[in-house]
Design a protein around this ligand. Structure first.
Ligand SMILES: Nc1ncnc2c1ncn2[C@@H]1O[C@H](COP(=O)(O)OP(=O)(O)OP(=O)(O)O)[C@@H](O)[C@H]1O
Ligand SMILES: [Mg+2]
Length: 272
């Protein structure tokens, strides 16, 4: 475990020594947000017990919610300082907690009403978010990127200021979709209209498929989720290097620190 923390510390020092790889993002589209666009999206009415069962913490008095609120604040600070708007959530291998983190960030932003946030589930192989939020639909964000559905028809609001675009099941050709030039163009167009302060992008594990390599090209920065007792120091080094070749590393979240003196086991590491 000390080794993992040492790897995270080394990664932090490397990041501090480097200049940002990508400049801030400027939205194209109408100069003024049309609030009617947000109002027109259907509201999710997920029962709190479903969220809790799926480890999404909506009660702001819980210790777990406080962890994610701190993470939200760190992300907002980094994005504001660098002009970043699109944040990838990734990990080395499967099951480290990316979707749990993305979903809890949605819940945390719902507690901060003065910021608008979009969450895209770009894991088209093992999507989990629709199950976590108890949402059933006939299409998802993969279909929007594939040109067979409209964003307005698949996007839902978790809160006034939080939009989720999820997938209902595995898609047939995620690699092809993610390699198309039209994919970042569609995401740009959506952000140009809905004007979120931050877009969170959930993704498959970086070392398992090519999908996340493709996604790295069109995000401003990436947050690495590492699982204590599971992620190895060399995996952290590899993931950090692969991300740094294409975009900025925002930080590393250490998940599942069950031996720590808290119930949930999250700790964070950020540059600066
Ligand atoms: N801190 C934690 N403590 C206990 N269980 C956790 C924790 N974080 C996540 N989990 C559980 O671990 C499982 C995997 O989490 P999650 O789906 O978020 O991982 P993932 O990185 O998105 O996986 P995949 O690579 O398959 O997309 C889920 O059942 C989730 O509820
Ligand atoms: Mg996942």
């Amino acid at each position: 475990m000390e080794k993992l923390q040492a790897a995270i510390e080394r990664a932090r020092e490397r990041r501090q020594a480097e200049a940002p790889k990508k400049a801030g993002r400027v939205y194209r589209g109408p100069a003024v947000l049309d609030p009617g666009l947000w109002d027109a999206l259907p509201r999710l009415g997920t029962p709190p017990r479903t969220l809790l069962r799926n480890r999404v913490f909506v009660d702001n008095k819980t210790r777990e919610a406080t962890y994610f609120d701190k993470l939200r604040t760190k992300i907002l600070q980094q994005c504001r300082d660098h002009g970043w708007k699109r944040v990838l959530i990734t990990s080395a291998t499967a099951g480290c907690g990316k979707t749990t983190t993305s979903s809890n960030l949605a819940a945390s932003f719902a507690r901060q009403r003065d910021r608008r946030i979009l969450v895209h589930e770009l894991d088209m192989r093992r999507p989990e978010m629709a199950r976590i939020f108890g949402h059933k639909a006939s299409a998802g964000i993969a279909d929007v990127l594939d040109g067979t559905a409209a964003f307005e028809d698949i996007a839902v609001r978790f809160a006034d200021n939080v939009i989720l675009s999820m997938n209902q099941g595995p898609h047939q050709n995620p690699s092809q979709i993610l390699l198309r030039d039209s994919t970042p163009a569609i995401l740009d167009e959506i952000e140009g209209r809905y004007r979120p302060d931050v877009t969170i992008v959930d993704s498959p594990p970086l070392l398992a498929t090519d999908d996340t390599q493709s996604i790295l090209k069109f995000v401003d920065c990436a947050l690495i989720v590492a699982a204590a007792e599971k992620t190895t120091t060399s995996e952290i080094d590899n993931v950090e290097r692969e991300i740094a070749e294409q975009t900025n590393v925002l930080g590393i979240v250490l998940n599942r620190c069950n031996y720590m003196d808290d119930d949930y086991g999250y700790s964070y590491d950020y540059p600066g």
